[in-house]
Design a binder for this molecule. Structure first.
Ligand code: UDP
Length: 346
């Protein structure tokens, strides 16, 4: 894959050491004629992912820089020095609860820093931008599945900070015909790479599947089920859990899509069906063989009963072909990964 100057395409990946970013970089490593610069401030995530990723590239095709996006001077230097062909932007804070307690942390990083990054792209004529967004922009829609045309109405600063960045991106693209974006709205990502080399590792874990797995391997005493009185068949919340490898492949598709000269657009990224919290707990019990303790707790504030993606758009327009739509596989991968982390003492 070469740019106009017949040089390898050079992609800037922000947050490329993180959970989803590292899986995308890993898949990009399989593409010929591509150079990657990862910037990450290593404020969360699995630090060893960078050494794993380095192994996949020839040294002149991969560069890692510890850069914080709020260092505007450093970010601009980078754009001045490197002729990027595109940006895949992951770096963001992602905890809903924290965003309610500390909204400005979210608006500063997720919105202000993203706005600056978009500004840099336009100033230095970097015309392809893939943005990692979230189903949280929809808030609590009453009609399932959620289509891209479902009105956006975030119910927390995390979702709002992402939606604001989407709007900035859309306005920026409207004013500059050369600049094209793909916005991917993720549903619930889970699992680890098939070879167990990279996976999820948040410093403060709040997500369901890793927490259940922690209970299964004895890293925590029990799992709390937040609410058993929702209007769902078993009373617990339903989510659309997507394997991280499939989510990563959506970014590769998006990169091809932009390179083929298609128009900017927004796509949901989910499987189009979901599982309840109880079903996920039962699956982890089955694959681990451990009957860990489950406690029913009060509902967590701001949790909608059900979030399911309508994924026809990404499949039909971008040709996304998910390969791992299998809750058992997702839970097995998550379990293997956590067992490896525990052995390493992480
Ligand atoms: N959940 C739960 N116990 C936990 C963590 C999460 O019951 O310890 C539930 C949560 O209420 C939601 C679902 O699991 O219904 C998925 O939550 P997660 O935080 O993984 O993702 P979200 O859907 O909030 O993005």
């Amino acid at each position: 894959m070469q740019n106009k100057e017949n040089e390898p395409m050079h992609i800037l990946v922000t947050g490329g050491a993180g959970y989803i970013g590292s899986h995308v970089v890993r898949q990009l490593s399989q593409m010929q004629d591509i150079k990657i610069t990862v910037i990450d401030n290593l404020c969360g995530g699995y630090f060893d992912s960078i050494s794993e990723l380095k192994l996949l590239f020839q040294s002149d095709r991969f560069e890692f820089l510890n850069v914080d996006l709020n260092d505007f001077g450093r970010v601009e230097e980078l754009f001045k020095d490197s002729k990027f062909d595109g940006v895949i932007h992951f770096a963001a804070h992602l905890q809903v609860g924290e965003s309610v307690l500390n909204p400005l942390k979210y608006y500063m990083n997720n919105t202000v820093n993203t706005t600056h990054l978009i500004h840099m792209c336009q100033k230095y004529e970097v015309n392809k931008f893939i943005f990692s967004s979230t189903a949280a922009v929809y808030g609590e829609p009453s009609k399932m599945p959620i289509r891209e045309t479902t009105p956006t109405a975030p119910i927390n600063p995390y979702g709002m900070s992402k939606l604001m960045s989407e709007l900035v991106l859309q306005d920026a693209a409207r004013a500059n015909q050369d600049f094209k974006y793909v916005i991917l709205r993720y549903f619930n990502v889970a699992g680890a790479s098939m070879d167990n080399s990279i996976g999820e590792c948040h410093i403060h874990e709040t997500h369901l599947i890793p927490l259940i797995v922690h209970a299964a391997i004895g890293k925590r005493e029990k799992i709390m089920m937040f609410g058993a009185d929702y209007p769902t068949p078993d009373g617990s919340c339903i989510r659309d859990y997507v394997h991280v490898e499939d989510l990563a492949s959506a970014h590769i598709q998006a990169w091809h899509y932009l390179n083929e000269g298609h128009e900017s657009d927004v796509f949901n990224c989910g499987y189009g069906h979901g599982y309840s919290v109880k079903e996920v707990i039962d699956m982890v019990k089955r694959v681990s063989g451990v009957n860990f303790k489950v406690e029913i707790a009060l509902r967590r504030e701001g949790d909608p009963a059900e979030l399911i993606a309508d994924n026809l758009k990404i499949k039909n327009i971008m040709g996304w072909k998910p390969k791992y739509d299998d809750l058992e596989l997702i839970c097995k991968n998550a379990l293997n990964w956590e067992q490896k982390m525990t052995k390493k003492g992480t």
